[in-house]
Design a protein around this ligand. Structure first.
Ligand SMILES: Cc1cc2nc3c(=O)[nH]c(=O)nc-3n(C[C@H](O)[C@H](O)[C@H](O)COP(=O)(O)O)c2cc1C
Length: 214
């Protein structure tokens, strides 16, 4: 009963007070930037999980997770992971039970892109539709400076490097929370392009399931 109420409360938060009528963007609570387990312990526990609990994170947990994945961690506006020439070209989408959200690291907010549960769209493996959050890492090549001729292949490689760096943060954070995480490369690019309104300047890199595990 307690669990049902907690789920109800979170859905109510996400659909009413967090997102007021007609409002698409919501500021997340400040992330908790301390705690967890020592980093070497997290490294020794890092692994890809094979199953997840079908649940939702609280707004605070989502805030913490998205900050770890790609928030600003210094006064100079740089991020929790390195990006080539500080392009900050990665756009992170969070697929949850109640909707699909784009993370805006600039002001630590989320923009609702779609209502409802679209987690199953992000992969055919059975645990994908259960993970509390499926993170999609999209590279926005439009963030690269036009002033320097950089080969398109190099830009694409950097996109995968950026996703990998961010995903390792998430793997270690998941270990520190006792959660699971799993990187994935199989997803329906066509359906996701349509749902998210992506253009040809957006490159798909990888996805990652994250959340409580059984
Ligand atoms: C680039 C990449 C793509 C992956 N794609 C998938 C995937 O599509 N589905 C899946 O279940 N696991 C996927 N994995 C997870 C690997 O299977 C997993 O990392 C590997 O078995 C090693 O296990 P470990 O992460 O626990 O060390 C992927 C991992 C990486 C790094």
């Amino acid at each position: 009963m307690k669990k049902v109420f907690a789920v109800f409360l979170f859905v109510a938060l996400m659909s009413s007070s967090a997102f007021a009528e007609g409002e698409a963007t919501v500021k997340l609570p400040d992330p908790e930037k301390s705690g967890g387990i020592p980093v070497v312990d997290a490294i020794s526990q890092r692994q890809s999980a094979g199953d997840f609990v079908d649940t939702e994170l609280t707004l605070q947990q989502l805030s913490n997770l998205l900050w770890v994945a790609g928030g600003i961690n210094r006064d100079n506006g740089k991020l929790t992971y390195a990006t080539a020439m500080n392009t900050q070209d990665m756009v992170i989408y969070a697929f949850t039970k109640s909707g699909v959200f784009r993370y805006n690291h600039e002001d630590h907010s989320i923009t609702k892109i779609a209502d409802g549960d679209h987690r199953a769209l992000t992969g055919g493996q059975p645990f994908v539709a259960k993970a509390a959050v499926d993170l999609l890492y999209i590279q926005d090549t439009g963030k690269w400076p036009k002033s320097r001729p950089i080969p398109a292949g190099d830009i694409l490689n950097c996109g995968f490097a950026h996703a990998g760096l961010s995903m390792q943060n998430v793997y270690l954070y998941a270990a520190s929370q006792g959660w699971g995480a799993r990187t994935r490369m199989n997803f329906d690019r066509e359906a996701l392009t349509k749902l998210l309104g992506l253009t040809d300047k957006h490159n798909f890199t990888l996805m990652q399931c994250v959340g409580p595990k059984p």
